[in-house]
Design a protein. Sequence first.
Length: 397
Amino acid sequence: MSELDEFRSEVQAWLTENRPPEPDFLMPETFMEVGTDAQFQLLRDWQQRIYEAGYLGMAWPKEYGGGGQPQIMQDIVNAEMARLKVPFVPNTIGLNWAGPLILDIGTEEEKHKYIRGILSAEDIWCQGFSEPDNGSDLAAATTRAVRDGDEYVLNGSKIWTSLGSYAKYMILLARTNPDAENRYAGLSYFLAPMDVPGVEVQPIKKLTGEYGFTQTFFIDARVPASCLMGNEGEGWQIAMKTLTFERGASGGQAGGLSGNAMGVGDVVELARRVSRDGRPAIEDPLIRDQLVRFLLEEQGDRLCGARARIPALTSERPAAIPMSGKLRATEHRRRLFQFAVSLQGANGARWVGDDHVIDRGLWQRSYFNAFSATIGGGTSQVQANIVGERVLGLPKD
């Protein structure tokens, strides 16, 4: 047995032995649905245990709290977490966006200050990009940050600040110069504390009845000037760098799952259990054809990472795979769950809590929740434009 095979067996054994028992409350499906203290505490404890065992941030530098190991070892852990369907880790924005960004362009002081807390889940992070009146148009941000001595005074609001109710820090895009010649040049980027006077967080109830999303208000909130990342006016460039991590176009994430690991295999099992015209749905040739299409799509997406590392396969359009990853993955998940609901026929109209609902309403809930990821990090329409313009070279008009 090779060293990596031995490591995989070790990971399997640890995850099997240490996974949390099934709680007596409904668990969130992704970090965007964590809305109760009980959910949050279970998931935070789980992340801390994974980190203390050495299975999170394995490829991050040891001097900042990481493991200093080859990336392949973290990849193995991630794969086993998905295969065994263990709970996800809650600090998604810290582990996958803020942390990689700080390691990439942050100062030594910032790396020593933030990275270990991100990995241990001691410091939860949220994101302050979108605003109620601007949607995906980040450059139109109106939240103000005015320098006052050794502080910045913040006024405005940010929306869809997932985990805002539990966050200690926010990656924040705010306008420091409203008189700049172009709107991009007037933006700055902050690693802003949430536990200061003048920061108010309001939970947002989703269609599913769950929380997790919040709106954050800044009312003369004062943060240290040292929270500024880079220089004033560099916020747009840093935000775009952040989005490459959020969309999976850049690597360096700490690892762990950010949501449940349901896939086509789970829908195949559902098709074996539900009926169509008195027979298992899996026996319907049209159902089988659809499932095969989903399986091919899922396997193709899984292999895209390996393909992107082979120049001969990407020479014509080297950016195509990383730039399209977020669009492909989120739309696949949305369509897959929609199909899972349709498999149930009239039962698909039932909801969580109904005595006769299939799988406690898992598929209906998953379908509605899947829309969050098609919007966050740039809507699917925005992502399609990015691929068309920056990969295929299509004109903007």
